[in-house]
Design a protein around this ligand. Structure first.
Ligand SMILES: Nc1ncnc2c1ncn2[C@@H]1O[C@H](COP(=O)(O)OP(=O)(O)OP(=O)(O)O)[C@@H](O)[C@H]1O
Length: 519
């Protein structure tokens, strides 16, 4: 089914019969992948399907147990990423690995400095970066500080970093997960430039509409093995999704308002400072979440959403303002007291806040809930109860892993996320703070989590939803606020706003217009 445009191009990357096993799991089985030189090739598949494992194998982070890697038709063996880089493979990770207080130049050369007499040859590095930026239209300035750059630019710095090391094949891991629609368009423009210059791009994505827009070919992976390639021009998003899950997807039910008058969270004039007495990163925020209501917070990452969430959870002090859970002033409560008082929390960074990666799933099940059943019986930790309840969550939330004793680190990102959502919902909170609840989660699991959130809302839970996924915000929220530079700058009607309009507010392009309903 490959596109005729590329059929004559030679293969840049070919994987033959790749198998990779981990204890108790076959992560990749007999994978076949054929990527032509100069094409954008998408890899799609459910959470845990084996996409990251495959890309890590191609990037030299894993050694395959069986199978062959061919680059430009020649067998290649990688012992480490350094070998893969030397062979022209580059990887842009989903979580950027940039040093904020360094310049673009410093970040790009970090770890691969061209030296003159043992010192960094800045002039040569600057010329080379400018050349890369110009030839691929990346629009980077070597001397900008990374902390002043938006998400899209940071991603271009990561791409420049990989190109600087001489990559001719770039692997992008879910590159659009953190971008607003305008930035996605820019990224796709960049990918077109890379292609035009003969580079090859392999990218992992869960967003099937995007995949169809930008890819020349699509490889679908299901449960560790390739189920086929699809032609983006003739395959619909629905067909792709069904190829991925091997079944038909449920159709979403229409929305009815379940908002009640009783407020569960009230914030009035809340400000949070970066450091005590310093600049406000959350600036005079007033909002209410009522029972049965989903209040969405849209915003480009880094505009204060994370600090707002931290303030609600008691992880950062308020510099000013009032914070109430129901009728109680909780500003001085500890995080634990807030949780016990009925706030559930799906954190943004599951690796830092939500999980102990080396601990088994059952310990992760009781993390943050150590004082309640099923974690305790009397004064003792109830291991048996915790294990049984973990098994229940794994069933109900479709967490794919061998069992409650598996270490969290062995789960794919999406399956880790499902466990956290399951854990937090199981405590039946009055208020759920959900930061990017479906980040890295595949379409099937995403639909599942959305249904759970809708059910919880119908039962009266108030939900504060912080997300970078505009479709998620629009389809779940009853009220939608936009956060820009720490302040709520617009309140929109999610039934009427389009992702493009929302993106405009998020980047400050639609300043002055505070209500799309009135537009
Ligand atoms: N280091 C590891 N040790 C043990 N098992 C692992 C390890 N890495 C991945 N796995 C397992 O291999 C399988 C494939 O995981 P992988 O991360 O490749 O999936 P994925 O398709 O990238 O998923 P997602 O979309 O959720 O990121 C999963 O069952 C996962 O639990």
């Amino acid at each position: 089914m490959e596109s005729p445009l590329n059929e004559s191009a030679p293969l840049a990357v070919e994987l033959r019969g790749i198998t990779k096993r981990f204890p108790g799991v076959v992560a990749n089985k007999d994978i076949e992948l054929r990527v032509r030189r100069g094409e954008v090739h998408a890899i799609v598949g459910e959470n845990g399907a084996g996409k990251s494992t495959l890309m890590k194998t191609l990037y030299g982070m894993h050694r395959p147990d069986e199978g062959e890697i061919l680059l430009d038709g020649k067998p290649a063996t990688f012992r480490s990423p350094a070998d893969a880089i030397a062979a022209g493979i580059g990887m842009v990770h989903q979580h950027f690995m940039l040093a904020d207080n360094f310049t673009v130049l410093e970040n790009v050369v970090l770890g691969s400095e061209p030296t003159r007499g043992g010192r960094l040859d800045r002039a040569a590095a600057r010329r080379r970066i400018q050349e890369i930026s110009d030839s691929y239209a990346l629009g980077l300035h070597p001397d900008s500080l990374v902390e002043d750059l938006g998400v899209g630019d940071r991603q271009r710095v990561e791409i420049a970093k990989v190109l600087y090391r001489g990559a001719t094949t770039l692997i992008l891991d879910e590159p659009t997960a953190v971008l607003v629609p305008q930035e996605v368009d820019e990224l796709f423009g960049n990918l077109a430039e890379l292609k035009r210059e003969g580079l090859t791009v392999i990218f992992i994505s869960h967003k099937l509409d995007e995949v169809r827009k930008v890819a020349d070919a699509i490889t679908v992976i299901r449960r560790g093995t390739t189920v086929g390639t699809a032609d983006p021009r003739t395959t619909t998003a629905k067909e792709l999704a069904e190829l991925m899950v091997g079944a038909e997807l449920p159709v979403a039910a229409p929305r009815e308002s379940t908002v009640r008058e009783v407020p569960v969270l009230r914030m009035r004039g809340v400000s949070v400072s970066a450091v005590a007495g310093g600049r406000s990163v959350v600036d005079d925020v007033t909002l209410t979440v009522r029972e049965g209501e989903v209040v969405g917070i849209a915003g480009v990452e880094g505009n204060g959403q994370a600090e707002l969430v931290d303030a609600i959870m008691g992880l950062r002090p308020l510099a000013a303002g009032e914070l109430r859970l129901g009728d109680e002033d909780i500003a001085d409560w500890s995080t634990r007291r807030r949780r016990e008082g009925g706030i559930g929390f799906v954190p943004e960074d599951r690796h830092r806040q939500g999980m102990l990666l080396d601990a088994p799933l059952w310990e992760n099940r009781i993390l943050g809930h150590q004082t309640q059943p099923p974690a305790v019986k009397g004064v003792f930790i109830d291991r048996k109860g915790a294990r049984a309840d973990t098994a229940r969550i794994m069933r109900e939330y479709d967490v794919r892993a061998p069992g409650p004793d598996t270490a969290a680190v062995a789960l794919s990102g999406g399956n880790q996320q499902k466990l956290i959502v399951g854990r937090e919902m199981s405590a039946h909170p009055r208020l759920l703070i959900a930061a990017h609840p479906t980040r890295g989660v595949d379409v099937g699991a995403q639909a599942g989590i959305w249904e759970l959130l809708k059910d919880a809302r119908a039962e009266g839970m108030g939900i504060l939803l912080v997300s970078a996924d505009l479709d998620e915000l629009i389809s779940l929220s009853d009220t939608l606020h936009v956060m820009l530079r720490g302040a709520l700058v617009a309140t929109l009607d999610p039934r009427r706003v389009t992702p493009e309009e929302l993106g405009g507010h998020m980047t400050g392009a639609s300043r002055g217009d505070h209500s799309v309903g009135a537009a």
